[in-house]
Ligand binder design. Structure first.
Ligand SMILES: Cc1ncc(COP(=O)(O)O)c(C=O)c1O
Length: 400
């Protein structure tokens, strides 16, 4: 019989009732070190007192009023995001897919308003993940996710990630934008090189198309800068954010330059919940922490510490680990074909460490940004034990 909760996920048999920082406790009292953060979302950890207080206080005052009225919490959050980014204006929604959906609309609208409605095709990349709505599924382009859901929405083209020649070949008079994750998250924690991001920016400028970045997973400090594209010294025209921006409270955003945002006039786009007082109270509290003195330096420092430890781990387990990839606190352990990332994820969980599988047989680490170096060391210790569990039997001795 079908469960009451629709079976769209393969769930591990773990239910958590409490969290504190990077730690989670199950209903039966077991403790886990959370290096998944609810898929890169609990950015400032579980139960952060500042976030808890902000949500509780706002919930007690007023949660939701609708966008028929001014929302001071949203105005403040938008202003702070504008002040700290390339953007001139922000639209709030509730999820990554919703932010991307709006971003796709925004790039189409930009060209339509500039007299080129035929420019409505967004170039996306093999290995991308942009969400599960019909448009973001088409942008994702993964056959496995598209299967059975009817004709994919038109207006998307896919090219290999990292190949500028393929991009130049793909651009034509119908191209509206290039939409890209600075680090492909679900696709296998694959970073675009900083030079590739710069080249994408230059190509967009050359051909008069928009650079649309999906920073749903990479943004809000995860890379050690507020936005991952800042490492490349470039600015997009429009960008999506979600996941970490609400710290666990559902919140998403489209950040845009004025030339794009000005066409999204009243009546062109909307969302009932989008940017409501409660969500924006959460967003402001998360931003207080992430913009706090020294916070991003902390992320960078602990990320480099973890990276070094992972390289050592890979050196100790050459029969399991093929390589380490990613950036900041979005890191991937790429496993050899003989072991599966599902197996590695289960082995890590059996040792008390939560991780998330990603494409290309990668085990993804996306801990809360507040982890300490001691917690990174603890994760490395648990990973070492997990890797021993899954060492292919004929090579067990070599790994000792
Ligand atoms: C890069 C990226 N974009 C979009 C999404 C979709 O976000 P959501 O699940 O909040 O709709 C995800 C989710 O994993 C993502 O990683």
């Amino acid at each position: 019989m079908i469960p009451a909760l629709m079976p769209t996920y393969n769930r591990a048999d773990l239910a958590f009732e409490r969290g504190d920082g990077a730690w989670l406790w199950t209903t039966d009292g077991r403790r886990f070190l959370d290096f998944g953060s609810g898929i890169a979302t609990a950015s400032i950890g579980h139960g952060h007192p500042h976030l808890v207080q902000a949500i509780a206080e706002q919930a007690a005052r007023v949660m939701h009023t609708s966008n028929l009225y001014r929302i001071p919490q949203a105005e403040r959050l938008a202003q702070r995001l504008v002040d700290t980014s390339f953007a001139d204006s922000v639209f709030f929604g509730n999820s990554g897919a919703e932010a991307n959906e709006g971003m796709i609309k925004a790039v189409r609208k930009y060209h339509a308003e500039n007299g080129q409605p035929e420019r409505n095709v967004t170039i996306c990349f093999e290995g991308a993940f942009h969400g599960r709505t019909l448009a973001t599924l088409a942008a994702t382009g993964n056959e496995k996710y598209l299967a059975g859901f009817g004709p994919p929405m038109p207006g998307f083209k896919h090219i290999p990630f990292g190949n500028m020649n393929a991009l130049r070949d793909a651009i034509d008079g119908t191209t509206a934008a290039v939409m890209v994750e600075p680090i492909q998250g679900e696709g296998g924690v694959r970073p675009a090189s900083l030079q590739y991001l710069r080249d994408l920016r230059a190509a967009c400028d050359e051909f008069g198309i928009l650079l649309a970045l999906d920073e749903v997973q990479t943004g809000m400090g995860r890379s050690g800068k507020l936005w991952a594209h800042q490492w490349a010294g470039i600015e997009p025209d429009v960008m999506s954010s979600a996941k970490g921006i609400g710290g666990g409270f559902p919140l998403g955003a489209i950040l845009a330059k004025e030339k794009v945002a000005k066409h999204l006039k009243a009546g062109t786009h909307g969302s009932t919940y989008g940017g409501n007082p409660l969500a924006c109270a959460a967003g402001n509290a998360v931003l207080d922490v992430i913009l706090g003195e020294g916070f991003l330096n902390h992320v960078d420092r602990v990320a480099r510490h973890l990276w070094r430890g992972l390289l050592e781990l890979a050196g100790r387990h050459p029969t399991v680990i093929e390589g380490i990839q990613g950036a900041g606190l979005l890191l991937g352990i790429r496993l050899l074909p003989e072991v599966s990332n599902g197996e590695a994820q289960s082995a890590a969980a059996a040792e008390g460490l939560l991780t998330v599988a990603a494409g290309m047989n990668v085990l993804r680490l996306a801990p809360p940004l507040v982890i300490t170096e001691a917690e990174a060391d603890e994760a490395l210790r648990l990973l070492d034990r997990a890797m021993r569990r899954i060492t292919p039997s004929q090579a067990k001795d070599a790994a000792k």
